[in-house]
Design a protein around this ligand. Structure first.
Ligand code: C5P
Length: 401
């Protein structure tokens, strides 16, 4: 339920604006008060009168409306809300948000706010897939903006693909998710994920087969419990989770720097498959095939990020969780890894090719803690993530209820 919650609904200019009217009704059904803001372009699709009549509230339209400033300044308007919802979030509104423009009421409210923002994008499929929109999307995600949709389907312009705005009830569910005071609300958790790429020269690199699926699922499960997640990810195959702070890196050294910059955190989950070595003699220029023989690569050891953080004085998160991917003697090797690196828990799994776990969708893990070893049954990586997030919530609750 959304009883007593105040939602500032920014209606952008797109054909999907008609669904914003229905969204107002559904949010009210859930108990929310909806304060509507209509952009100039939005007014071309729905009238201010229908919006304010449905919301039962004044509709805000103009930055320079002095009456509004006397009643409530734009800063206050955005901050008095529990959540800002942008629906439809047009390509233009997303671009303005990503760039930090403040040249109309909607963009100014979005820049002035310190409240969470949820966007429901709606646009033509080509506009959605355009690199510029995808860049803006990545930037907004990195800024902590949440997204619902767009959905795939036929569009008003006659094309098919991703671009349809999420349905009103989906938006209501996303609002509830964003506002739910889950057991990890307000807890800052750091998650590393994905492989690292270690350059050989400007076009070649050393990598591993990690898809980033498990780390991504863990970050998503933690965010679903309300955690404030900093997600430091190498170049992964899977799309990053929504509603987390995304910090993209390439190499192990960059990952360590990003992790140190993200501290302090109450929990560190180190799910990244960090390359153990980098090429010490990485070349600035593409290495050429020569008749003189094969290139000679010198290796250097990468920093162990988990061990560095687990052994930090002062800024060590109270709960540090590592992973151990082994191909034999899984539990024994993982147990000694836990001692050697100094982490609190180790999630161990067998990644020998026969298991299909590396790069696959399932995982079979053992959780090694002070209390001993738990063997979890084989399950989807998402389920492993949800169970681990629950355990983290229980551990934090026991320590600071
Ligand atoms: O030593 P190994 O790579 O098996 O250790 C795995 C655990 O250590 C994982 O949690 C991984 O994220 C972390 N790790 C790290 N930095 C490294 C190597 C591993 O954080 N350089």
């Amino acid at each position: 339920m959304l009883t007593g919650k105040r939602i500032l609904l920014i209606i952008g200019g797109g054909i999907a604006a008609y669904k914003a009217l229905e969204t107002i009704r559904r949010l009210q059904d859930a108990g929310a008060v909806v304060v509507p803001v209509l952009t100039r372009a939005g007014e071309e699709f729905v009238t201010p009168l229908s919006v304010s009549a449905l919301a039962g509230q004044k509709v805000y339209r103009d930055l320079f409306d002095l009456t509004d400033e006397a009643e409530m300044g734009h800063i206050e308007l955005s901050r008095a809300a529990d959540l800002l919802v942008v629906a439809p979030a047009t390509a233009d509104l997303m671009a303005k948000m990503a760039q930090g423009h403040a040249n109309d009421l909607a963009s100014t409210l979005l820049l002035a706010t310190d409240t969470q923002v949820l966007c429901a994008p709606a646009m033509n499929v080509r506009m959605w897939e355009h690199p510029a929109t995808q860049r803006n999307l990545a930037q907004l995600r990195a800024d902590g903006v949440r997204f619902i949709g767009p959905n795939e389907g036929g569009m008003a312009c006659g094309e098919f693909g991703p671009g349809r705005m999420a349905e009103p009830l989906e938006i209501v569910a996303a609002v509830q998710g964003a506002l739910s005071a889950g057991p990890l609300a307000g807890r800052h958790i750091l998650v590393t994920s994905g492989p690292t790429h270690e350059p050989i020269d400007p076009v070649r690199y050393i990598a591993n087969r990690s898809s980033g699926a498990q780390g991504t699922a863990i970050a998503r499960a933690l965010a679903a419990l309300g955690a404030d997640v900093s997600f430091v990810t190498g170049p992964a195959d899977v799309a990053p989770p929504e509603g987390v702070r995304i910090i993209r890196v390439e190499t192990a050294q960059q990952m360590l720097e990003a992790v140190e910059a993200a501290l302090p955190a109450e929990v560190g989950v180190f799910a990244a498959a960090v390359a153990d070595w980098r090429v010490a003699s990485a070349s600035d220029q593409k290495i050429k095939k020569t008749v003189d023989g094969l290139p000679h690569l010198e290796f250097a050891e990468n920093p162990d990020i988990l061990a560095t953080v687990a052994q930090m004085e002062g800024r060590r998160p109270p709960l540090v969780i590592g992973f151990a991917a082994e191909t034999q003697d899984v539990v024994a090797l993982a147990t000694s890894k836990r001692d050697r690196k100094g982490c609190d828990w180790i999630v161990a799994n067998d990644v020998s090719p026969a298991t299909g776990i590396m790069g696959g969708s399932e995982n079979a893990v053992h959780l090694i803690t002070d209390a001993g070893v738990e063997d979890w049954p084989r399950m989807g990586k998402n389920e492993v993530a949800v169970q681990l997030a629950d355990r983290i919530a229980a551990a934090l609750h026991a320590e600071r209820p």
